[in-house]
Design a protein around this ligand. Structure first.
Ligand SMILES: [Zn+2]
Length: 395
């Protein structure tokens, strides 16, 4: 097997930039990924790598693997769809004409996450002749930005059904600031309905009870930092994101409903959240004889709340340990866990199906916004860590 130091030397900055530009300049807003997928197939095939195309004709999914006979397999998952350009005027660059300036590569998808996908293709390119005792492959998918139903969901369903090889390890290349992402928050969406009493505005201080005023107290009671912490995933998050009330301008509203998005850390359940909300709202309504509210959320057949728990792969798992060693050997720094801003990625689907899955990606900015960019230096570091992870697992 090629030594790690020789393998690391093959990571080619110019090649990564070139491949990244090629995929960025093909617009691929979710639903229109066909052209970029076909280009990625061509890149891989030109390198002599066998490609299997899954998914539909309009929305292809790429599966490619080198050393397919090896006993174990590591898969790199990336999505080639991007979000639309919301405000073209806010861009100082052309989102579809990638440019390099001062160490940054600009363009829609540069950080989220076409450059990572391009680096995955480069990874197979440099590893393909090394005769590694490990299968190394990619799942390049569409539809991540719209929920993955036409992308990674299909891939994982096929794995679960035994129609596609189950990887032993999965790496997600979404931006993680070169930190190791071992967990993603779960989610519990709920509403709180606050009750008042309808009345004419003229009687608002006589018989009326304004549900909007009640909800206002409730919103302030729920909009706070939650003082819980898990070292793999950080704090829980809660945000009141929708408020609905009122019908006509001269009537005191009898009801007001707020919709809350609560993200859970490891160990939290929906019952924990409900108990927390009850404590917050009981406190907010102390001494108020007209304080009346209820929690509304979908329930399972057995009466329990529907929610998605946090998902994780232990840092002590084989893949977790490989990453810890790889960061040290490839970058010479201590590995850190990514806990600051952990939205969800397609990694959740692999974890939920029982596969060791870890996120490790570059540093960038402007994802989903204007002037999206990625630091080229971070792409190179990411590539080196990936090479070192493969090398570690191939031992
Ligand atoms: Zn993404």
């Amino acid at each position: 097997m090629t030594s790690l130091s020789d393998a690391l030397k093959l990571v080619d900055e110019n090649r990564i930039i070139e491949l990244s530009k090629q995929v960025i300049e093909i617009p691929s807003i979710s639903g229109n990924e066909k052209e970029v997928m076909e280009h990625a197939v061509k890149l891989l095939e030109d390198m002599g790598i066998h490609v299997e195309v899954l998914g539909s004709e309009e929305r292809p999914i790429i599966y490619a693997c080198i050393n397919p006979e090896a006993e174990k397999q590591i898969i790199f998952n990336g999505h080639l769809d991007v979000v639309p350009i919301a405000k073209p005027d806010a861009w100082t660059k052309d989102p579809w004409k990638p440019v390099v300036e001062e160490g940054m590569l600009y363009g829609r998808g540069s950080s989220d996450m076409k450059s990572s996908c391009a680096t995955m293709i480069h990874l197979l390119e440099i590893l393909k002749d090394m005769d590694l005792p490990l299968g190394v492959g990619v799942h390049l998918v569409p539809d991540e930005e719209r929920g993955a139903q036409a992308g990674s969901k299909i891939v994982v369903d096929k794995i679960v059904a035994g129609e596609l090889r189950r990887p032993d390890y999965v790496v997600i290349g979404e931006q993680s600031n070169l930190q190791v992402r071992v967990a993603e928050r779960g989610m519990f969406g709920y509403q709180v309905k606050f009750y008042g009493r309808a009345a004419h505005t003229a009687a608002s201080r006589v018989t009326g009870i304004n549900a909007i005023a009640k909800a206002s107290k409730g919103v302030l009671a729920l909009e706070h930092h939650i003082d819980k912490f898990h070292e793999w995933i950080g704090h829980p998050m809660q945000s009141v994101n929708i408020i609905q009330a009122g019908t006509v301008s001269n009537q005191v509203p009898a009801e007001c409903t707020i919709t809350v998005d609560r993200r859970l850390i490891i160990g939290e359940t929906a019952d924990d959240v409900v108990a927390e909300v009850k404590a917050d709202l009981d406190k907010a309504g102390e001494g108020d004889p007209d304080w009346k509210w209820e929690i509304i959320a979908p329930k399972n057949e057995d009466g329990s709340w529907q929610y998605t728990p946090a998902n994780y792969t232990s840092p002590e798992s084989e893949l977790g340990q490989a990453f810890k060693k790889a960061v040290k050997t490839a970058l010479g720094t201590e590995p850190e866990l990514y806990v600051t801003w952990a939205g969800s990625t397609d990694g959740r689907l692999y974890r939920q199906a029982g596969m060791q899955t870890i996120g490790f990606g570059p540093i960038g900015g402007g994802a989903h916004g204007p002037d999206e960019f990625v630091y080229i230096d971070s792409l190179i570091k990411m590539a080196k860590v990936w090479v070192a992870v493969v090398h570690e697992l191939a031992k």
